[in-house]
Design a protein around this ligand. Structure first.
Ligand SMILES: C[S@@+](CC[C@H](N)C(=O)[O-])C[C@H]1O[C@@H](n2cnc3c(N)ncnc32)[C@H](O)[C@@H]1O
Length: 343
């Protein structure tokens, strides 16, 4: 059953509904959530239906792999990749988040089905969960596999890292836990919209239809919706499916997601950020600020003040204009660094 409605907290999801579709009123893209099993979905999917698989596989699979055989996990990643490769167009792309322990095996599997290349990247968290003992977990892995002639939306030298905060404030979906007697997160691994949009803008072409095989709370769906990509997401767990659908009916929540997606829309932001970080390496004060996303704004302000140059990054002007901005910035900060280093 497919339903296209606007849900609210007063009109929750119908008990029997297995599928919901939302259409963005301005961008016109569709966002479809399905409650079901991805393997079953893929077996029934006509070949060549999707441009990109962008997903987030469960982190406890493949861990038992000891070099020659699979552990007996019901979630068979190799089968998923094989089926997904068929569901993708001839120039399709497969992207997934994964745990470090899954990386090597996953890349070996992907290389069998994607002849263009396999590359891993990282999401560096600016505010990892604090740990009372030991190290924090300040990075997460992402793997990108593509076929020859793929539509990979990557500019030359585009960075395979995103620096962005974890899901915080009102963004993680929450619910009341009667045992704990307080509000708790609905899902342990909900991904933040801002980080997702940064990857989407970098890797996924604007016309693409994205397939998410492990939708969870639907974060990739909301990121696609706000960045203008068609999306279909499958989630096995009924509760997560319901939560992701209801989040769409919550105007305030969707506005929060829209704002976070907007924040990620710096066209050349990451290239510029990388260059500025290099330039500022000798200026501890400014470089420390620029190393965080919050400090980035401040570093831009500082640059404007120092150079009087109109910053073009958000203005949608041409690459050439941004290149001049970059050169001007390099000169200004280079001179500052030399002056500061002079005895
Ligand atoms: C790492 S979580 C995804 C979290 C998601 N990215 C988010 O931001 O909320 C993986 C999800 O895959 C779902 N899953 C596991 N096996 C599945 C299957 N066979 N079909 C569809 N979903 C499945 C789990 O229920 C879990 O919610």
């Amino acid at each position: 059953m497919s339903t296209n409605v606007s849900l609210t907290k007063e009109h929750p999801i119908e008990k029997s509904a297995k599928e919901f579709t939302y259409t963005h009123p301005k961008l016109g893209v569709t966002c479809r959530f399905i409650n079901g099993d991805s393997f079953e979905f893929l077996r029934n999917c006509p070949p060549g239906s999707y441009d990109v698989v962008f997903t987030d596989i469960p982190y406890n699979v493949l861990i038992g792999y000891k070099g020659a055989e699979f552990d007996e996990d019901p979630f068979d990643v190799e089968e998923l990749v094989k089926l997904a490769a068929k569901a993708l167009k001839h120039n399709g792309i497969f992207i997934t988040f994964c745990a470090s322990t899954q990386l090597e095996r996953l890349e070996t599997i992907l290389a069998q089905y994607f002849d263009g290349g396999v590359r891993d990247g990282v999401w560096i968290k600016t505010n990892p969960d604090p740990k009372r003992i030991g190290l924090t977990n300040a990075k997460e892995n992402i793997v990108i596999a593509w076929r020859k002639g793929s539509t990979l939306h990557v500019r030359a030298n585009h960075w395979n890292a995103v620096i962005s905060p974890i899901c915080s404030g009102n963004e993680p979906l929450k619910e009341f836990d009667p045992v704990e007697g307080k509000m708790v997160k609905v899902h342990g691994t909900q991904k933040p919209i801002e980080m997702l949009v940064r990857w989407i803008n970098r890797l996924v072409s604007e016309e693409a239809h994205v397939l998410d095989l492990c939708a969870g709370t639907g974060a990739i769906g909301r990121a696609c919706y706000h960045s203008g990509r068609h999306y279909t997401g499958i989630e096995l767990n009924r509760h997560f499916f319901e939560q992701s659908v209801e989040a769409f009916g919550d105007k305030k929540y969707m506005e929060l997601c829209r704002k976070r997606a907007k924040k990620a829309e710096m066209k050349h932001g990451d290239i510029m950020l990388k260059a500025i970080r290099r330039i500022l390496i000798n200026n501890k004060d400014i470089s420390e600020k620029a190393a965080t996303d919050e400090g980035w704004e401040e570093a831009q302000g500082l640059f404007k003040k120092l150079s009087g140059y109109k910053f073009l990054m958000h203005s949608g002007k041409t690459d050439i204009a941004n290149l001049w901005a970059l050169i001007a910035m390099a000169l200004v900060f280079g001179i500052i660094a030399i002056l500061m280093l002079k005895p």
